[in-house]
Design a protein around this ligand. Structure first.
Ligand code: HEM
Ligand SMILES: *[C@@H]1O[C@H](CO)[C@@H](O)[C@H](O)[C@H]1NC(C)=O
Ligand SMILES: *[C@@H]1O[C@H](CO)[C@@H](O)[C@H](O)[C@H]1NC(C)=O
Ligand SMILES: *[C@@H]1O[C@H](CO)[C@@H](O)[C@H](O)[C@H]1NC(C)=O
Ligand SMILES: CC(=O)N[C@H]1CO[C@H](CO)[C@@H](O)[C@@H]1O
Length: 495
């Protein structure tokens, strides 16, 4: 099969070149990068950024018959997604997307249409509705997490695993009003497997080599199985919410599912209206969009702080000064975040260096448009390379260095765009920011992060593993309670 694929690609490449020579276009398209295999490169965001060095921040390539335009600077991304948002807010309806979309009712992968707008509005208002209860719930859960870590008394912890369970419990509770360990575990596993299957080249390649869909394909089979499992989990919850037992108080909304089902009933049913499928897919999107991303961001922060004990020491000082150390101190509140400028800057720097969704989600042009002086055709796939934009050395000095101080004076430093921008901007930004801040503030107040094994050569790798999300290589961290001797940070220890 592989030989077949390669031969076909060579043929396509030759045909493409011929076609280019035969047609002299009156358009001023962005520079064309030769080749067809760009999208299955392993380190795709860095690969796309390296092409920008040669071709400029805006270029295009072909993917089969499909035009793909890549945006590698903040300026280009903002012009497309903010200034010309109407033209750039679509989503391509690729084959893998159609597999996962439940009759086109997905939010994050849905194309920009009037019904989609109503869908996004419903999801937004549902999230806003639970916003107020979020912080107190999270405070409690973070305290519980810290207590669990205290009980580990400094032995190495798989922090990425713990944080993934944590972010998954949050979404689980907000969505379904339940966070039993079995349900959270079931959903977490499903999300991990779905994302893994989605990233598989065996699935992504089917889009531009459609005939391969008719061959046996283990990656595709896996994705289908995971989608079925996903739908069974959500369906069960929907049934539970539609036919509530004694737990339900009439007219009371316990969670996002109640809220959205209630809105559906108010709106009534009909063609061109939102349906239960939309509620179903909103819930799916909150889990897919809101668990790995947030957990990975916090895990990256821990890893960077292991590499930069001097920043960790300054963060401890900042928290001690405002709240007092350890469990005896008062708990940090999100509303007080302006009192923690270094922590805020550290989070901004982690989101710049390791944006959780490095290539956002592909956009698609709804009509032909212009961008940075180039013509962009209709129905082109548009990839905002957020990772690339964040490493633009004309915007940030030494872009590869971890230097939170660059964000200490927000007026002086340009801001990153980790949540993208415009009409398709991340829906969970405020929830994600709340989680990242509260967890890091609590953990740093109570613990000192130490590498699994003492010594500077035992630090975790900071090499990103790129897929839909930016993952971090496995590592463990020791969380040493600070209370016994706030001493760990002040009296002659290596920190
Ligand atoms: C640090 C954490 C997070 C980061 C860095 C992040 C980043 C992003 C990015 C870059 C996009 C793509 C926007 C575009 O296509 O232009 C996105 C979309 C989305 N995110 Fe997030 N996200 C995070 C957490 C969350 C959370 C917690 C939720 C849900 C509760 C969430 C829900 C969504 C949804 C539903 C979309 C699709 C929006 C649309 O297509 O209109 N995300 N996110
Ligand atoms: C969309 O593109 C057209 C050109 O095709 C342009 O005239 C129009 O101003 C653009 N609209 C927006 C909102 O960017
Ligand atoms: C830590 O947790 C991750 C995420 O669940 C898992 O993939 C990994 O195998 C675990 N690593 C170790 C060393 O246990
Ligand atoms: C936190 O840092 C960001 C990035 O520099 C900045 O835009 C924002 O104003 C800061 N927020 C607070 C409350 O200090
Ligand atoms: C599995 C599934 O329901 N796929 C659908 C995705 O959306 C398109 C329309 O946008 C439908 O035609 C597919 O059947």
């Amino acid at each position: 099969m592989l030989v077949f694929v390669v031969i076909l690609l060579v043929l396509l490449a030759a045909l493409g070149r011929l076609w280019m020579q035969l047609t002299v276009s009156p358009h001023h398209f962005p520079p064309l990068v030769p080749g067809f295999l760009h999208l299955i490169q392993a380190d795709l965001p860095s690969h796309l950024l390296s092409l920008a060095q040669k071709y400029g921040p805006l270029y295009r390539f072909h993917l089969g018959l499909q035009d793909v335009v890549v945006l590698n600077s903040k300026k280009a991304i903002e012009e497309a997604l903010i200034k010309k948002w109407m033209n750039f807010s679509g989503r391509p309806q690729t084959f893998p997307i159609q597999l996962a979309n439940k009759s086109g009712k997905d939010l994050s992968l849905g194309d920009y249409t009037p019904l989609w707008k109503a869908h996004r509005k419903l999801a937004r208002s549902a999230l806003l509705n639970v916003q107020n209860s979020m912080e107190s719930l999270m405070q409690q859960m973070v305290q519980d997490l810290c207590k669990r870590f205290l009980a580990c008394s400094g032995s190495p912890v798989n922090i990425s695993e713990e944080l993934l369970m944590f972010t998954c419990s949050i979404i689980c509770f907000l969505s379904f009003g339940e966070k039993s360990e079995s349900l959270v575990q079931e959903i977490k596993t499903n999300v991990e497997e779905l994302l893994l299957a989605w990233d598989s080249w065996q699935v992504q390649i089917l889009d531009f080599l459609p005939f391969l869909r008719f061959f046996p394909n283990p990656g595709l089979r896996r994705l289908k199985q995971m989608v079925e499992k996903r739908d069974r989990i959500v369906q069960k919850q929907l049934r539970r919410h539609k036919f509530p037992q004694e737990t339900m108080v009439e007219g009371q909304t316990r969670d996002l599912t109640d809220y959205m089902l209630q809105k559906l009933r108010e709106q009534g049913e009909g063609p061109g209206q939102l349906s239960e499928g939309h509620v179903h897919m909103t819930l799916v999107d909150l889990f897919i969009g809101g668990t790995e991303t947030t957990a990975a961001t916090i895990t990256w922060a821990v890893a960077f702080l292991l590499h930069h004990p001097e920043i960790q020491r300054r963060l401890h000082e900042e928290l001690d000064q405002e709240l007092g150390p350890g469990f005896s101190g008062s708990p940090p509140n999100y509303g007080d975040r302006a009192r923690f400028p270094l922590l805020n800057a550290t989070i901004a720097e982690v989101l710049r260096l390791r944006p959780a969704a490095p290539l956002a989600i592909p956009h698609c042009t709804k009509q032909s448009s212009t961008l940075c002086g180039f013509d962009i055709p209709k129905n082109a796939i548009v990839i905002p390379n957020i990772y690339g934009a964040h490493h633009d050395d004309s915007v940030w000095a030494q872009p590869y260095d971890f230097r939170p101080d660059r964000f200490l004076e927000p007026e002086l430093s340009p801001q990153g765009i980790p949540f993208s921008c415009g009409a398709r901007m991340c829906l969970g930004e405020s929830l994600a920011r709340l989680e990242v801040f509260l967890i890091l503030a609590h953990l740093l107040q109570v613990f000192t992060f130490l590498p699994e094994v003492e010594g500077s050569h035992n630090l975790p790798s900071l090499k990103p593993i790129f897929g839909v999300n930016t993952k971090i290589p496995d590592f463990k961290v020791r969380l040493l309670p600070r209370e016994a001797g706030a001493g760990v940070t002040t009296s002659g220890s290596p920190l």
